[in-house]
Design a protein around this ligand. Structure first.
Ligand code: ATP
Length: 336
């Protein structure tokens, strides 16, 4: 079943050319001098039930604008969107019932109230029955430990706690679809991991459909079986992370923490080795050396106490993809 259908979706914004000063701004508004920014430029994709999609791209690529059209906040200039078979613009209530949204940079909770009060307000908004509400509190106490800070005002929560509280809030009405905009931004490694484990759980076990926007490629590696990459409002890649890796020769990274400072030796077939005290990071290409073969080599340097695989920064991914994409189009269309 298709949960989300997007066809030829386009959004243009009218931006007025401003002249300096307050009077200038006012005059520009009346002069009608403007240009159009095509933030989203004819994108099409569909999402099946239970998929987790990494929706990625550089700043200003059009991700937020797309998510706003999918959730009914913005009207498309052209094209079609359907969420659970309905238009988010025309059937906002129905779509809202089926959708949970988390914006990592903002909270939908009431800042000065204890967390429990925010949940009470949301409970009334979604007309949740007593029983369903208690099931919610119980469930998310188990999965996200929200019971530990239910009485704390939201402004006093740590960022990790706030993110868990926001995730639970987005799921209070048990929607089948979740839109997550940077859900791990600013979190430390442990907090990121707990959010990722939770998202994996609800994606795999409960078949929640997830659209995830992130700049953290480790989120993608851990969560998203499919990646949709957008730039200048257009989809430039729709496939799995492996496809992306192969297409642009994306290096894999492995980080090893040794018990003692390691005795480094020459390593063939790897791109880069960075050693700092007891830590070593190796950038390598899986097509040239397999992870087990590399690990066997790294074991010779000393006794590893911790091994982590890492993904490169999203900026690196984009930079590499750009090497291939010779045509970074202009985003502006002439004013009509
Ligand atoms: N309300 C608006 N009015 C005019 N231009 C806008 C508006 N909203 C977004 N834009 C422009 O549309 C383009 C796409 O913006 P959008 O916020 O969708 O990008 P994004 O991929 O979400 O970026 P980021 O990762 O920085 O959040 C940008 O050039 C942005 O300046």
């Amino acid at each position: 079943m298709s949960m989300i259908e997007v066809q030829d979706l386009t959004k243009e914004f009218k931006v007025y050319r401003t002249k300096p000063g307050a009077l200038g701004s006012l005059l520009s508004l009346f002069s009608g001098e403007h240009r159009r920014i095509r933030a989203v430029d004819g994108i099409s994709f569909s999402v099946k039930k239970g998929e987790c999609i990494g929706f990625i791209g550089p700043n200003g690529a059009g991700k937020s604008t797309t998510i706003k059209m999918l959730s009914g906040i913005l009207h498309p200039s052209r094209g079609r969107v359907s969420v659970m078979g309905a238009s988010p613009q025309h059937r906002r209530k129905y779509v809202a019932q089926n959708l949970g949204i988390v914006f990592g940079q903002r909270t939908q909770l009431w800042w000065d109230l204890p967390l429990r009060d925010s949940y009470e307000i949301l409970r009334k908004m979604y007309r949740l029955e007593e029983k369903a509400y208690h099931r919610f509190l119980h469930r998310y106490h188990d999965l996200l430990s929200i019971g530990d800070f239910l009485e704390t005002p939201v402004r006093k929560l740590s960022l990790g706690q706030r993110m868990r509280a926001d995730l639970a809030a987005a799921l209070i009405h048990d929607p089948p679809i979740l839109f997550l905009d940077e859900p791990t931004i600013g979190l430390d490694v442990m907090a990121k991991e707990s959010i990722r484990s939770f998202l994996r759980e609800i994606n795999r076990e409960e078949k929640k459909t997830i659209l995830l926007t992130t700049h953290d490629m480790d989120d993608i590696e851990r969560l998203a079986a499919r990646v949709v990459m957008i730039n200048h409002g257009r989809i430039i890649l729709d496939g799995c992370l492996e496809t992306l890796r192969e297409r642009i020769g994306l290096p894999s990274m492995i980080e090893v923490h040794y018990r003692e400072v390691p005795r480094l030796a020459r390593l063939d077939r790897v791109e880069r080795v960075k050693a700092e005290g007891k830590n070593v990071t190796v950038h390598y290409d899986r097509n040239r050396i397999s992870p087990p073969a590399l690990l066997a080599e790294l074991n010779r340097w000393g006794e590893p106490v911790d091994i982590r695989t890492k993904e490169p920064e999203i900026e690196e991914v984009i930079r590499r993809l750009y090497g291939e994409q010779a045509d970074p189009r202009s985003k502006t269309a002439p004013a009509r």
